[in-house]
Write a protein that binds this ligand. Sequence first.
Ligand SMILES: Cc1cc2nc3c(=O)[nH]c(=O)nc-3n(C[C@H](O)[C@H](O)[C@H](O)COP(=O)(O)OP(=O)(O)OC[C@H]3O[C@@H](n4cnc5c(N)ncnc54)[C@H](O)[C@@H]3O)c2cc1C
Length: 384
Amino acid sequence: MDFKFTEQQEMLRAMVREFVERECPKHLVRKWDEEKKFPLEVFHKLMSLGLSGVAIPTKYGGMGGSIIDYAIVCEELARSGSWGLGSYFNAVVMYGADIILNCGNEEQKQLFLPKFAKGEMRFAYGITEPDSGSDAAAAKTSAVDKGDHFVLNGTKMFITLGDDVDYTVTLARTDKNLPKHKGLSLLLVDTKSKGYSAKPLKKIAGYTDTTCELVFDNVIVPKSMVLGGPEMINHGWELLLRTLEIEHLLVAANALGYAQVAFDDSLQYAKDRYAFGQPIGKFQAISHMLAEMAVDLHLARLSVCHLAWLKANDMPCYKESCITKLVATECWTKIALRGMEILGGYSLTMDFDMQRYLRDSFILLIGGGTKQIQKNMIARAIGL
Ligand SMILES: Cc1cc2nc3c(=O)[nH]c(=O)nc-3n(C[C@H](O)[C@H](O)[C@H](O)COP(=O)(O)OP(=O)(O)OC[C@H]3O[C@@H](n4cnc5c(N)ncnc54)[C@H](O)[C@@H]3O)c2cc1C
């Protein structure tokens, strides 16, 4: 058993951490949240480091690393505490590069991967609909075959950055006569297409990205833009499952980074805040809370590292991916909740970040599959 990262991976981690410390100081991250706007120039600076290409093969313009490298970058970006920074990176890597790498045909890899490697392209993931979230295969958005293209009609809900990406990977029903999970395809919909519109929803968290309702009104999608190529028409569900483990891993790596910053802030506060003549961290009630938070963080980190290793080595990891998504996202919420207690009255002010960590943590508890759905999948995986 070897728990060490490689020298290159340690260098990668140090490079992202240095970027975050330089470009995302706490006061700016707080200001972006207050202004509900993530500054894209910070994202472009990040992209100029080539980080979006770390796990893209060299023949497509990347650095040829593994999914472990993406997990490291996701965790370190999240340690900024900036929801937007992580979300924009995910639009390039989680919903872009990784989907094309795992599901695209050769033509699509050649077309898109060099752009992802340079950070010049972003994708959204259009699965959820107003009437179907957990039950994603009940999607009603329809794509009617017109020979060399489909005509797409329908509505998607809660689509991250649906108004600020180049393409939306869209789950659509391409054959109404096939059983529920069979007649679906994933279409790469150009967001500049006539008939595509995106409306950001008002929400209580994740102020530095958008969550959109999308409407497709007779949008034309060429057959070359079926994910995986025309031979994958009606195999969309299969492809969606193929992307699930990586989505779980990167969501969990994100959650781990955000949980870490919530823990660090709580610990610092417990050392700095005095009551009854001593730092509050000296009270057993507070120190035990912090000890429990350290335990949760440790277990979440082990789970993320193990999953990253399984995935990088092409080993089966469906159950582990559900466990890790559940453990890491719950860890973030639990740590932020305890952090609220430790910060006392200040936790409710906008001058401290704990309230934001708590609000934002709810997104990852839901996005990518709720905890009830993870438990259903784990139960199935253990034979129930
Ligand atoms: C900020 C944000 C960003 C998002 N980004 C995206 C995105 O980019 N792309 C995308 O496609 N979607 C996105 N989503 C949608 C997200 O994936 C869904 O909200 C999620 O899958 C749950 O679906 P739902 O909200 O329709 O809840 P429902 O499916 O209606 O579930 C409601 C409740 O019932 C429970 N439930 C449902 N079915 C079962 C069951 N079989 N067993 C036990 N309990 C069950 C759920 O766990 C939940 O507690 C985002 C959501 C949010 C909040």
